[in-house]
Design a protein around this ligand. Structure first.
Ligand code: BEZ
Ligand code: FE
Length: 297
């Protein structure tokens, strides 16, 4: 009798025989098959496997309550965005089945690490960029459903870095919440607020993921964008960004989050009267974007 296994991959897969959770079994068997195939494909050495384990250990050790290096790893390897795209495809397929739908739901993109739940609820038209570095920008648009009906009292939860690419969460404890707020659409589904025009910035690259990017010969930058989470009961929530059309790095976003449908021109204006009647004594931008949400059921 031999205790030796002829095919170690099959032997590991066989140990899932007692697993009763079908989805877990499907995922784990794929992990085993693909990981074993990878080891065979590159003919991995023990030193290389140990280096990989040490890298993943450092990724874990870099995580704390404010920093999630594993998500950053997933983002920079394109896995987060692939998962978002698969979900988007499911939503679009559902919308296509609805013969009365007039529009596709707005495309989603990665959430990123800088969402902070509980941003202040502010009245429409409020300025969240006041006193922050960056050129002022007036944002406006409408939220409708896939049938073109306005969604009133819809939350538009926004956050961005400042005009130098720095998020409040990176400014130190005392900064508190900056450049983020929740706005609720009016009866016709309109939203509007003031902030700044965001600029490009690097993802946190002072940890193991930054080392990986450098070793890959990659830059860590993301094109300028403002994050939006748009949600209301009865609709599929949307997590997305608007990207500034003139920003560098649109073609090489470090986290692969750019979708053409989310690239928006920021129109620059000389000092004067803004669309909401506000007198501006310095140049400002306007950015208009309409969101479409799919019904939840
Ligand atoms: C961001 O957009 O803020 C972001 C997204 C993914 C990784 C790091 C930062
Ligand atoms: Fe961001």
């Amino acid at each position: 009798m031999t205790h030796q296994t002829a095919d170690i991959t099959q032997a590991v897969l066989d140990r899932l025989d007692g697993c009763t959770d079908e989805r877990f079994k499907q995922i784990l068997s794929a992990v085993i098959r693909h990981a074993h195939a990878l080891v065979r494909e590159v003919d991995l050495t023990p030193d290389e496997w140990m280096a990989a384990i040490q890298f993943l250990t450092r990724v874990g050790q870099t995580c704390d309550t404010k920093r999630q290096e594993f998500i950053l790893l997933s983002d920079t390897l394109g896995i987060s965005m692939l998962v978002v795209q698969l979900e988007q495809a499911r939503r679009s397929a559902k919308a296509l089945q609805d013969k009365t739908a007039r529009a596709m739901p707005t495309e989603a993109t990665v959430q990123g690490p800088f969402y902070w739940e509980g941003a202040p609820e502010l009245p429409l038209g409020a300025d969240i960029g006041e006193g922050m570095p960056g050129e002022p920008a007036y944002y406006s648009g409408r939220v409708t459903d896939t049938h073109g009906r306005p969604i009133a009292r819809c939350c538009v939860d926004v956050w961005s870095g400042d005009g130098e690419g720095v998020y409040d969460m990176q400014m130190g404890e005392e900064a508190g919440m900056r450049l983020r707020a929740r706005f609720y659409t009016d009866d016709e589904g309109h939203y509007r607020f003031w902030s700044i025009k965001p600029t490009y910035y690097p993802v946190p690259d002072d940890g193991p993921v930054g080392d990986m990017l450098r070793r890959m010969g990659r830059h860590p930058n993301r094109p300028g964008h403002i994050h939006m989470m748009v949600y209301r009961d009865g609709y599929v929530p949307l997590t997305t960004h608007l990207f500034a059309a003139d920003s560098p790095y649109l073609d090489s976003d470090a986290v692969f989050g750019v979708r053409d449908s989310l690239i928006v021109p920021y129109e620059k204006h000389a000092p004067g009267t803004a669309p909401d009647g506000r007198r501006m004594d310095r140049p400002f931008h306007t950015c208009r974007y309409d969101f479409t949400l799919a019904p939840a059921a």
